[in-house]
Design a protein around this ligand. Structure first.
Ligand code: GUN
Ligand code: FE
Length: 445
């Protein structure tokens, strides 16, 4: 057994505290069948998986007398899943730009050039994973830079930590600085090489990653479609319908297209494995194609507010027939917080501005099991159930003075969750457990 952050060694990893995990998306505020909540619970871990979870009073005999990590009165939850984040943008966050294309050209395309240097990419990979864990995120779907080496660095670091991580080398062959472009052939060859080297190794995977239609030629889009066809085991990730100028530019670059979604559709890039970041301004035809193809729309609230991109509508997803699958994500560095708690809070406000409600049972479902479903991993992560991978977090809903003050009047679980999402941040994350090992601790254990 490997020691945890305190150098604590136990025969089996055993944890005690309050437990919460979801079984399915809650229908509403009173849908108690959608989740499991255990006031005094235990989680036993063996070989990186949950071996047992349940009420402490029902702890199996084999764990009797086993040393355990006591996190009472804190709340265990499955680790957060971030469905859209940019690895090379940790030092782009908080760059003063009005909107998407100015932000990309002025800051992002400059910063991402640094990732040509494998030493820089390697150093940043560990910083990136440290940041995720400090914020309670145990799985992310990440964009690398255009450089294959950026993805080698990130996935190597994730593999060392036994983290479940997906990443892809961005493909761009136009409308970007020379130093940040590949070609249809090198984009294809590098992605193939990444898949061969990493996909399915430990807990890491590779995603086919054309950055967005604006920075790819028709030839490159064809190659991206070929990669997606040849590798049905891989997720595909890209950006779609984020900004009005972006949408107009894509319409000019692909004059035959019915709309932006049609561009990706034409190249065979819609489907249940595709994550489309943003999806703010799509029309009814586009929504119907998203729904039919079972593509996933990824809500990036802090980014959409920061870049003034627009208001993502959950009702639009839900009222399409069948409903459009969706996820929620930070979109660091267009996004302004690494914290899924801050992201849920901003998501709540974006929806409230449109008269839509985001109940905390639903938002915490989304950040855990819901996002795991969006990336097809809900049989592996997102629950605190025997057989699931042992990635979980410990949350403190009185972790800053404002939360402590307010928590005195909290009476129910939904109220506590809403407090966590409205006032919580990385300080609320007491510990992050990856593959059964405490990989981050707030230092207050
Ligand atoms: N569209 C294309 N690239 C990007 C990016 O890096 N961030 C965001 N938010 N949108 C994009
Ligand atoms: Fe993005």
């Amino acid at each position: 057994m490997v020691p945890d952050a305190r150098g604590h060694v136990s025969k089996q990893g055993l944890f005690r505290g309050r437990l919460l995990w979801f079984e399915r998306e809650p229908d509403g505020a009173t849908d108690e069948d959608a989740y499991h909540y255990i006031e005094d619970g235990g989680i036993a871990v063996a070989d990186g998986r949950i071996a047992w979870s349940g009420p402490w009073s029902a702890l199996p005999d084999e764990y009797g007398g086993v040393d355990y990590i006591d996190h009472r009165p804190y709340l265990f939850m499955p680790g957060f899943v971030d469905c859209h984040i940019h690895f090379p943008q940790g030092q782009v966050v908080a760059s003063y730009a009005g909107s998407l294309l100015e932000w990309l050209n002025t800051y992002t395309f400059v910063e991402e050039q640094k990732y040509a240097d494998p030493d820089h990419a390697g150093r940043m990979a560990d910083r990136f994973l440290d940041m995720l864990l400090a914020h309670g995120t145990t799985t992310a779907v990440a964009y690398g830079s255009v450089h294959k080496g950026s993805v080698d660095a990130l996935l190597c670091a994730a593999l060392r930590r036994n983290m479940r991580m997906v990443a892809g080398k961005v493909m761009m062959d136009r409308n970007a600085p020379e130093a940040l472009t590949d070609t249809p052939k090198t984009g294809y060859d590098d992605t193939k090489a990444l898949i061969a080297a990493w996909h399915g190794k430990g807990r890491v995977e590779v995603a086919v990653t054309p950055r967005f239609a604006l920075t790819s030629t028709e030839a490159q889009m064809e190659m991206a479609g070929a990669l997606a066809r040849e590798h049905p085991e891989c997720l595909v990730q890209t950006h779609l319908s984020e900004n009005h100028v972006e949408i107009e530019t894509v319409a000019k670059l692909f004059p035959w297209s019915k709309d932006y979604t049609d561009v990706y559709d034409h190249y065979g890039l819609l489907g249940p494995k595709t994550l489309f970041g943003h999806c703010i301004h799509q029309n009814a035809r586009e929504m119907a194609r998203m729904a039919e193809s079972r593509s996933v729309a990824v809500f990036c609230p802090t980014s959409n507010l920061f870049l003034g991109s627009g208001l993502f509508s959950l009702d639009k997803m839900r009222t399409t027939e069948p409903p459009v699958r969706h996820a929620i994500a930070t979109d660091i560095g267009g996004g302004t917080s690494w914290s899924m708690l801050r992201t849920l809070d901003e998501g709540y406000k974006v929806l409230n501005l449109q008269g839509q409600r985001y109940h905390p049972l639903r938002s915490f479902y989304q950040a855990t099991l819901g996002n795991a479903e969006a990336i097809g991993m809900n049989d592996k992560i997102g629950k605190l159930e025997a057989g699931y991978e042992a990635d979980f977090i410990v949350l403190d809903s009185a972790s800053n003075p404002a939360m402590a003050l307010r928590s005195e009047t909290i009476a129910t679980l939904p109220e506590e969750l809403f407090l966590l999402q409205t006032l919580g941040d990385d300080r609320a994350v007491v510990a992050t457990i990856v593959s059964g090992i405490t990989a981050h601790s707030r230092g207050k254990l």
